[in-house]
Design a protein around this ligand. Sequence first.
Ligand code: ZN
Length: 593
Amino acid sequence: MLIPEEKIAEIIAASDILDVVSEAVILKKSGKNFFGLCPFHSEKSPSFSVNPDKQIFHCFGCSAGGNVLSFVMKYHGISFPEAARMLARKYNIVIDTREMNPQQRKALHVRESLFRLNKRVMQVYTNFLNDPLNGRLARQYLERRGTSKQIIEQFGLGYAPDAWDAVVNFLKEEKVTKGVALGSGLVLEKKQKNGFYDRFRSRLMFPIFDINMQVAGFGGRVMDDGMPKYMNSPETIVYSKSRILYGLHAAKQACRRQGQVFIVEGYFDFLSLYQHGIENCVASLGTALTQEHVRVLKGYAATMILVFDSDDAGIKAAKRSIDVFVQEGIDTRILVLPDNNDPDSYVMAHGRDAFLGLADKAKTVMQFLLQLALDTHGNSVEGRIKILDEMKQHLAMVQDYAVRSIYIRLLSETLNIDEKAVLEKVKETFEKQANRQVRTPLIPNNEDLSSDILESDPREIQILSMMLHWPELIPVAVEKKVVPSFYSKTLQQLGCLIIDSGADRQNIVGAVMARVETDQDRKLIASMAMEDYTGVQDPVQTFVTLANRIIKIKDKTDRVIVSELTKVKEGCDVDVIKLLKLKQQQIQQLHNS
Ligand code: ZN
């Protein structure tokens, strides 16, 4: 970590965790903390909390936690120096790249080169579109589709001409290195390895922006019947398909405002809705929606409306996507457009109000699936049994008990089958699935904790937690020498850190956070700092009692070991393994008493 400590401290001091997390999670105030749906695990009720006073976050569900830097790292899946730079940019702090080690500098350099290159190539494509000769057909095409000048400009649309070397030549002129050129996915190497050629040719080009408005990749659409109709950049260092949603950079405010987001498939679906003032919209670009997509989106809107064409492909796509939303516990609606329309053709033909009118009547996921099953299998006895078979799979994925029982009643009423029988079927499937699939754990992942913490006395964590909550207890801890009496070496080290940071009483959590080195320790500190002590009347007395207890155990353990060791020394016939086992048992008993 070669960004100097003072620089990191400056970045942390300038950042506001509430501000940063709010960009990704919808937060509501409750007491001193803010709560929201965790972006790191699936949940229906908020257990993800942010404490602005202490500048930390902690999830009571999956035990993710840390300071503003840990959040940025985890949320964007980037390294420590990258997170530091991201925040530095946001808060106008200058970091000298000489302050990084060669490897970090290189990784950062590659990322930034790719973003820079993409931005300039976007300009190249735009120039081709505006070129009187080269871009004529593409401009006419856009005009025919009714895409407005403003939209073309705002979303940086362009044109890749019918040539094998338009971008290749540009990269040559710009002296872009081979590594960056290939890494961008914009060009491919010839089979004979004697040069490169353009990936996108004779296509309308759509730059794909990430949430920070940087160009992460491109999509290209043919303007005739050529195949493939759509082609996107491959996955690159800066373009993660399982994360990026087209248009979110421009839609996020509207999504927050409306509390809902329309999810469509294609570029033109998105652009046409946006052009008609329906700005709370993103496009999946034909890739299957992932859990990550949904987790990103739920930071902007609680309700998600999947919009599909009414053709078979559209229905199939709807069915494929639904489970991700159901598992994440999102309030999801399905809007199937009538008469083989897609969102683009529908809103162009009927306008904004008609589209929103349909959206108001969008079905819930279960209503949609049930209707679909009824249409497929019919209402005969055999048909209804098939429907029940199909629906129980979906129902078993609903995590929320109350929601599940509502659907079970709906299903039993629709099929005219006894509710108990339906429930029985769903339960069977639910149990089977529970055995088969590994679910996101709802209890803190114990594998994360080092074994010496798991075996240690819970009072040790409580001691540290109280010191973080009431820094005035730190001198008491020092005087009693309680930390050196800890069983867990990890907690001992953290205890020493807290004591060393004790001078900064106003911002003890921040000071400790800045000094811990592993993500694991940051998580621990965050969870300890989030402990709620509202009920504690006399902290000093409570603290002293806890400390005395730990010290007593330590003394006793020491005495046991000394006496056993004396036996060994005196030549008694003591099996060392047995001795260690005995010692462990005794310690365990002490801890549990
Ligand atoms: Zn969580």
